[in-house]
Write a protein that binds this ligand. Structure first.
Ligand code: BTN
Length: 316
C-alpha cells in the first residue's frame, strides 16, 4: 500500500483496508523500518515510503516477480551457516516446493566436492531453492543443468553478459568462475523427496575481496562490468527463469534443457581432464546424455560416462 501511495497514507485507512488494528499497523511499520525501509510518520497525515532497502528483502523481490510457485515464500537471513543447510532443514520439516532461502553472508558456505564457498556479507547472491520434482532419481543432475541455464540466461538479461557453463555447474566469464550450483537431494532408491538447489553468484565482490587461493581463477559481475549490479533484479530474473525451465522439465521437455545447456556449454568438443571419484579421465568431451552425465571419448578410444567430477579444460 505504501509503495502505491505517493502522498501520506493514514494509519486509519491502512487499518481499515487490512482489517487489523492501528496498533498492529504501527507494529508492521516498525518491522519494515527494522528491515531498512525508510518510512516517514507524520502526525495527522499518516505514513509515507521514503526509501526501500538496497539489500534483497522478500517484499522487494516479490514486487512484480510474477511467478506462480517459485519464490512465493522467501526467507532472508542476515547470516546463515549455509543457505543449503537452512533450506534442507525446512524441506525436512515439509516446506513446500518453491521456498527460497537467501542470506547476506554465510559462515560455512559450501561448494561442490566439500570445498568452501567464499561468502562475504552484502555483496553477492547466496540462494537456495526447494524443489520436489516428480522425476526418477537418475535424472536429478538435470536439475543442476537446468539451474545453470536459468542463471546464465538471467545474468544475460540483467547485465548483457552471457556466461558460459562448464560441466556440470560452473558459470564462467572469460574462463573465470563467476558462480556455481550445489544441488543436494533427499531421495530413496526410486523417488526424490526433495532437492535443494544452491546458487552462489559473485555479484558485487571486488578483486581485493577474493582470497589468494581463488584470486586468479574467480571473477564477479562488478569486476567484469565496472559497476554495481542490482541483486534484487538478478534474483527476480533467476526465479522467473527457474520457474519456466522447471515447468518444461515437469512437462517432460528435459531435452530442451539439454539442448540449451549444450549451446551455453564450454566443454563440448574440447580436450579435457576430468577428476571423478579419485580417477582421472583424459579425452574429448563429446556430449551430455539424457541424465546429464558427461560423455568423454578417452585417449584410448573408449567412451566414459562421468556423473560427478571436476573438469579442467586442456585446450588454449
Ligand atoms: C560450486 O562449488 O561451484 C558450488 C557453489 C555453490 C554455492 C552456493 S551459495 C548458496 C548455497 N549455499 C551453500 O552453502 N552453497 C550454495
Amino acid at each position: 500500500m505504501l509503495r502505491r501511495q505517493e502522498v501520506h497514507l493514514s494509519g486509519a485507512e491502512m487499518s481499515k483496508t487490512l482489517g487489523i488494528s492501528r496498533n498492529a499497523v504501527w507494529k508492521h511499520i516498525k518491522a519494515l523500518r527494522r528491515e531498512g525501509y525508510r518510512i516517514e510518520a507524520k502526525p495527522a497525515s499518516g505514513y509515507r515510503l521514503i526509501a526501500v532497502p538496497a539489500h534483497p528483502t522478500p517484499w522487494e523481490i516479490q514486487a512484480g516477480l510474477g511467478t506462480k510457485q517459485i519464490g512465493k515464500r522467501i526467507y532472508t537471513l542476515s547470516q546463515a551457516s549455509s543457505t543449503n543447510e537452512v533450506a534442507f532443514g525446512l524441506a525436512l520439516k515439509g516446506a513446500e516446493e518453491g521456498v527460497v532461502v537467501l542470506a547476506e553472508s554465510q559462515i560455512k558456505g559450501k561448494g561442490r566436492m566439500g570445498r568452501p564457498w567464499e561468502s562475504p556479507a552484502g555483496l553477492n547472491i547466496y540462494l537456495s531453492l526447494i524443489l520436489r520434482p516428480r522425476i526418477v532419481p537418475s535424472k536429478t543432475p538435470l536439475i543442476t543443468l537446468m539451474a545453470a541455464v536459468a542463471c546464465a540466461e538471467a545474468i544475460d538479461k540483467v547485465t548483457g553478459l552471457l556466461p558460459a557453463i562448464k560441466w556440470p555447474n560452473d558459470l564462467l566469464l572469460e574462463r573465470k568462475k563467476l558462480g556455481g550450483i550445489l544441488t543436494e537431494a533427499d531421495m530413496e532408491l526410486d523417488r526424490i523427496n526433495f532437492v535443494v538447489v544452491g546458487i552462489g553468484i559473485n555479484v558485487n565482490m571486488t578483486r581485493a575481496l577474493f582470497p589468494p587461493s581463488i584470486k586468479d581463477t574467480a571473477t564477479s559481475l562488478q569486476e567484469a562490468l565496472g559497476r554495481e549490479i542490482s541483486r534484487i533484479a538478478l534474483i527476480q530474473s533467476i526465479l522467473r527463469n527457474m520457474e519456466q525451465w522447471y515447468q518444461r522439465l515437469g512437462q517432460g521437455r528435459g531435452e530442451e534443457i539439454r539442448r540449451r545447456w549444450k549451446e551455453l556449454s564450454l566443454v563440448k568438443g574440447q580436450a579435457i581432464e576430468v577428476t571423478s571419484l579419485g580417477e582421472v579421465v583424459r579425452g574429448t568431451a563429446l556430449d551430455i546424455d539424457e541424465d546429464g552425465a558427461l560423455l568423454v571419448q578417452t585417449d584410448t578410444n573408449t567412451i566414459k560416462r562421468v556423473v560427478a567430477g571436476d573438469v579442467t579444460l586442456k585446450g588454449r
